[in-house]
Design a protein around this ligand. Structure first.
Ligand SMILES: NC(=O)c1ccc[n+]([C@@H]2O[C@H](COP(=O)([O-])OP(=O)(O)OC[C@H]3O[C@@H](n4cnc5c(N)ncnc54)[C@H](O)[C@@H]3O)[C@@H](O)[C@H]2O)c1
Length: 246
């Protein structure tokens, strides 16, 4: 458990999956947590693409709690395909939610954190922001953008007491992953993906929430500008079956 008592956190994408688990974990570690999603059981039904609503929400957090210490950007969508098949509207949808939405929340959250010269920004990127994957195009580009946005923030705000880190999950058992691994006809994809995780399983949202809690806490007081991989070994390298029998 991390000690987050006295901290105020904003979690986006908190209606489902990783964001929901992050909100629950930060709350159980003692933080006051404000949740946002476009849908679901959250405090605020807001689209991360709406700058005016995000600005107003951050102002309302400051007026209710006097501070904002932690932001977890977990709102996101899958999408893409081989580039010649991607309609511009699809590219714009993915980039606007995953990258621009993260930017907008960071923009207003960091302005609030600067008032107290303290804060931890945690952006949920992906291993697909580090390595290419088949048909990744828009999604992978958006997540690579999130990683460099995060690193740039670490540079700009470290001197002001604000840390910024990304988490790069592998396959995590949430509705986003299930739409692919449960889809009829995609059994080969599911098995290949599973095999790529050296732990032999997909992760649970709570395992990413534990990483977020660490990054939010003072235990990570010297950690900033990092893209922390939590992927069950997916990016460790190739396992081809040479030493299977022991
Ligand atoms: N599940 C995985 O395997 C995996 C792996 C790597 C990274 N990620 C990333 O983790 C984050 C969380 O994904 P998840 O797996 O929990 O998926 P999820 O679909 O369970 O949750 C995503 C949440 O984001 C919300 N959201 C979507 N568009 C929004 C918008 N415009 N404004 C506000 N909220 C919006 C959705 O309503 C949903 O509740 C995403 O950024 C995703 O890209 C997931």
């Amino acid at each position: 458990m991390a000690d987050l008592s006295g901290r105020v956190a904003l979690v986006t994408g908190a209606g489902s999956g990783i964001g929901k688990a992050c909100a629950e974990r930060l709350r159980s570690d003692g933080a006051t947590v404000v949740t946002l999603d476009i849908s679901g059981e959250v405090d605020h039904e807001i689209d991360v693409r709406s700058e005016s609503e995000i600005e107003a929400l951050v102002a309302s957090i400051l007026s209710a709690h006097g501070q904002l210490d932690i932001v977890v950007n977990a709102a996101g969508v899958a999408g893409g395909g081989p580039v010649h098949m991607v309609p511009l509207e699809e590219w714009d949808r993915v980039m606007s939610i995953n990258l621009t939405g993260t930017f907008l929340v960071c923009k207003h959250a960091v302005a609030a954190m600067l008032q107290h010269k303290r804060g931890s920004v945690i952006n949920i990127a992906s291993v697909e922001g580090i390595e290419g994957t088949e048909g990744g195009s828009a999604y992978n580009a958006s997540k690579a953008g999130v990683i460099l946005l995060t690193k740039t923030m670490a540079i700009d705000y470290g001197i002001h007491g604000i840390r910024a880190n990304a988490i790069c999950p592998g396959g995590i058992d949430t509705p986003m992953l299930r739409q692919f691994i449960d889809a009829p006809g995609l059994e080969k994809y599911r098995d290949t993906m599973l095999d790529a995780h050296m732990l032999g399983r997909f992760g649970q949202p709570e395992e990413i929430a534990a990483v977020a809690a660490f990054l939010a806490s003072d235990d990570a007081s010297f950690v900033t500008g990092h893209a922390l991989v939590a992927d069950g070994g997916m990016t460790a390298g190739l396992r081809a079956g040479l030493f299977e029998n022991f």
